[in-house]
Design a protein around this ligand. Structure first.
Ligand code: NAD
Length: 287
């Protein structure tokens, strides 16, 4: 008689600070339900955890995988047994799988950005791209674009951050064209597209990350900000005739990649995207 195996139970947790408003539980659990998975997604806020708490404590209590967000993307590195090659290069993880007790760090932010870009703006030229912001999101975006063969110009007023990212990317892609961005009009004159990877445009950080005067209809413009989905930058770019992509594309695609990595299932990006829109409309952040 053949043995009937019980379906795997997935208990995933997001680790980070000030995460009570995260959209990830709803996004993950709804897609997992549609895929027929036994899957829960809980929040482990660092502010509520005892000093000295580690991922292993959660594993002992039955957690089977993690998402990791600010400020833990770098700080959890010392708790891991291994890193995927791209997480090692980026020096940051946003997903941790538990494989026979071994904690392995991955980064689905960069592959999520690229998948979201390809899905949301099919057929765009990616020869040269400007990335505004060299923080966590900007590093993932620039890494993804450089890995896809784009010449990447990085703009960040924090000279230390942009220098550190330039050094990391040049080491990872020795043949690549990775430069510090000059003035935005000159950069845009040579670029196919531009990505906002700064917090400017999100709720609480109003405004534009750069002067949009030099944008032309041939440019594509992507934002990583997803609260709101329709940022002032995207409104301005659309008015210029540019093709635009909101931050929901990256959010959904990185979540889909994490779900796939932790369960082996194949999430439906279009369905997750529709779900995100319902979630953000419901909370009134989608203008
Ligand atoms: P961060 O603080 O690590 O980095 C932001 C960087 O932007 C800083 O280095 C800062 O100096 C730079 N910056 C500020 N103003 C600038 C300007 N005008 N031009 C160029 N650079 C400028 O922040 P982060 O973690 O990278 O997050 C940035 C945004 O990305 C947030 O809104 C976050 O919510 C969003 N995000 C979205 C996703 C997604 O999946 N869509 C994923 C991660 C982060």
């Amino acid at each position: 008689m053949s043995e009937v195996l019980a379906p795997a139970r997935h208990r995933v947790a997001l680790v980070g600070a000030a995460i009570s408003g995260s959209l990830s539980p709803a996004l993950h659990e709804r897609e997992a339900a549609a895929l027929g998975l036994d899957y829960t997604y809980e929040l482990l806020d660092l502010g509520d955890l005892p000093p000295g708490w580690t991922l292993r404590d959660a594993v002992r209590e039955g957690v089977t995988g993690f998402n990791v967000t600010h400020p833990a993307k770098q700080t959890v590195l010392t708790q891991l047994d291994d890193l995927s090659p791209d997480a090692r290069t980026l020096g940051a993880v946003n997903t941790v799988s538990v494989d026979e007790g071994r904690l392995v760090g991955h980064n689905t932010d960069h592959s999520g950005f690229l998948a979201g870009l390809r899905h949301g703006l099919p057929g765009i030229a990616c020869g040269r791209v400007v990335v505004a912001g060299a923080g966590g999101a900007g590093s993932a975006v620039a890494y993804a674009l450089a890995g896809a063969g784009a010449a990447v110009a990085i703009a960040d007023p924090d000279a230390n951050r942009s220098a550190a990212l330039l050094a990391r990317l040049r080491a990872a892609f020795p043949g690549g064209e990775i430069t510090a961005a000059g003035a935005v009009p000159e950069e845009l004159a040579r670029a196919d597209g531009i990505v906002n990877a700064t917090p400017i445009g999100m709720t609480g950080h109003p405004g534009l990350p750069f002067d949009t005067a030099a944008l032309e209809s041939r440019h594509w413009v992507a934002d990583v900000v997803y609260r709101p989905l329709d940022t002032a930058l995207l409104v301005a770019a659309r008015a210029k005739g540019c093709r635009v992509l909101d931050g929901g594309a990256m959010l959904v695609a990185q979540a889909a990649r994490t779900l796939a990595l932790l369960t082996g299932a194949t999430p439906d990006l279009g369905r997750m995207r529709r779900h995100l829109r319902t979630l953000t409309t419901r909370e009134g952040t989608d203008s």
